[in-house]
Structure formats: structure tokens, C-alpha cells
Design a protein around this ligand. Structure first.
Ligand code: DQA
Length: 145
């Protein structure tokens, strides 16, 4: 199986950006964790600061991926465009966050993306991605069985 792991704005600064909230691991470290957790599946790991580029990648996943993990970052809370793109998918979608947005500022408590997510993993730092990858691949394998 092919698993897309997509990352939204400012996650390129992971490790140096608010490390007390997001941890010391870099995005390259997170990618390595995802690849290790993927257990032989192919991981396509990408990050963009641009909403439209993320929309393009989600559309690409319609034909290229058997599951998708996404940390939409700030776009979680703002983007109907990401929501609509995700709604066009038929593969499992796992929303992933390093922090627990429900325990932070009020404006982080709502995620448009959650409306299109099969499930959500948040609050475990880089480990959230490991859990999300395992959950996404399990769902993909169940569907193809
Ligand atoms: C985040 C949480 C978002 O609220 C925030 O805008 C981010 C990162 C997380 O992984 O905890 O950029 O998605």
C-alpha cells in the first residue's frame, strides 16, 4: 500500500518552533518515524505552507494512495477547501496533531478537517504520527481484505 502523509503550514519549522508545545523533533525526524511505523508500506511524506498545494496533493491521493494522514496545522481551523478536497476521497483519512488542540486556545477547538476524518490522533507529539500511520494502514488493509 501507498500512504500519503501531508503536513500543513509552519511544520517545516518543527523542532525550533515553540518546542515547549510541539517538541524538539524536526520534520525529518517525524518522517523517519512514519517510515519506521509503516511496516513496508510506501510513505509519500510532504509539507507545504500553501493551501492550494495541499489541495492538489489531496486530489492526487484519490488515485495514488490507499490511505492518507494529514496534519493540516493552522488550516485545520480555517480551510473549507481542504475539507472539500478530503470529502472527495474514498480512502481512510486520519487527522493528526502533535499538540492537543482541544486543550488550547478556543480558536483551535474547531477543525473543518475533522468533518472528513475517519479518526483523529492528537496530543502525543511526534508519536501522534506513529499512531496515525498505524491506524491508517490498518484501515487500508481491512478495506482491501
Ligand atoms: C497543530 C495544531 C494547530 O492548531 C496549529 O496551528 C499547528 C500545529 C499540531 O500539530 O498540534 O500548526 O496542527
Amino acid at each position: 500500500p501507498v500512504l500519503y502523509v501531508l503536513n500543513g503550514p509552519n511544520l517545516n519549522l518543527l523542532g525550533v518552533r515553540e518546542p515547549h508545545i510541539y517538541g524538539r523533533e524536526t520534520l525529518a525526524d517525524v518522517q523517519a518515524l512514519c517510515e519506521a511505523a509503516a511496516d513496508g508500506a510506501t510513505v509519500v511524506f510532504r509539507q507545504s505552507n500553501h493551501e492550494g498545494e495541499l489541495v492538489d496533493w489531496i486530489q492526487e491521493a484519490r488515485t495514488e494512495a490507499s490511505a492518507l494522514v494529514i496534519n493540516p496545522a493552522a488550516y485545520s481551523h480555517t480551510s473549507v477547501a481542504l475539507l472539500d478536497a478530503l470529502k472527495a476521497l474514498t480512502i481512510p483519512v486520519v487527522e493528526c496533531h502533535l499538540s492537543n488542540p482541544a486543550a488550547r486556545e478556543e480558536f483551535r477547538r474547531h477543525s473543518y478537517v475533522s468533518l472528513a476524518a475517519t479518526g483523529i490522533v492528537s496530543g502525543f507529539g511526534a508519536h501522534s504520527y506513529e499512531l496515525a500511520v498505524k491506524a491508517a494502514l490498518r484501515l487500508a488493509r481491512e478495506r482491501s481484505a
